[in-house]
Design a protein around this ligand. Structure first.
Ligand code: HEC
Length: 129
């Protein structure tokens, strides 16, 4: 009996590890830049050149987001934290790199709430652009 419990306890963390391994499979194979920890793929040098001047690269690599969320963080830093403006091409490449390599992880996602179950949007038509 005791032995059996031990083997169950051993299997659980292994299963958790296997699940971790599944996240972000497309970029998991990328080597990490020893200086910053950025995944060395695509436009990573552009990101290294623009995103580690004010804070640690870890602040970037531990964050997750889709393109819209990364762009919102950039806008916030531009408005509040003195981040410079990017030309549209540079900005698009930075956002694409971040959304591709630091995407929201599948195991944190839930299915979207069905439209008919959503409450009415109180701001509909009121938000200035
Ligand atoms: C001009 C300075 C500056 C540059 C350059 C900069 N940031 Fe930031 N960023 C900040 C400051 C200031 C904070 C807030 C730091 C803190 O809370 O300790 C921050 C916070 C963050 C955070 C954390 C946001 C949160 O909600 O916790 C992320 C992620 C981030 N930056 C990503 C980036 C990326 C990606 C780039 C490159 C496009 C970048 N930063 C370039 C100033 C900068």
């Amino acid at each position: 009996m005791k032995r059996r419990l031990q083997s169950i306890l051993l299997v659980l963390p292994l299963a958790a590890l296997a699940e971790l391994g599944d996240a972000n499979t497309n970029t998991d194979t990328a080597e990490l830049d020893p200086l910053t920890g950025f995944k060395m793929t695509g436009d990573w040098k552009l990101v290294r050149g623009n995103c580690i001047g004010c804070h640690s690269a870890q602040l970037v690599t531990r964050q997750r987001g889709d393109a819209e969320q990364w762009l919102a963080m950039i806008r916030w830093m531009q408005e509040e934290q003195g981040l410079w403006q990017f030309d549209p091409d540079t900005e698009q490449r930075i956002v694409a790199y971040l959304a591709e390599n630091y995407a929201p992880e599948a195991r944190h996602r839930r299915a979207p709430v069905a439209a008919e179950l959503m409450p009415p949007n109180p701001y509909a038509g009121k938000v200035p652009d």
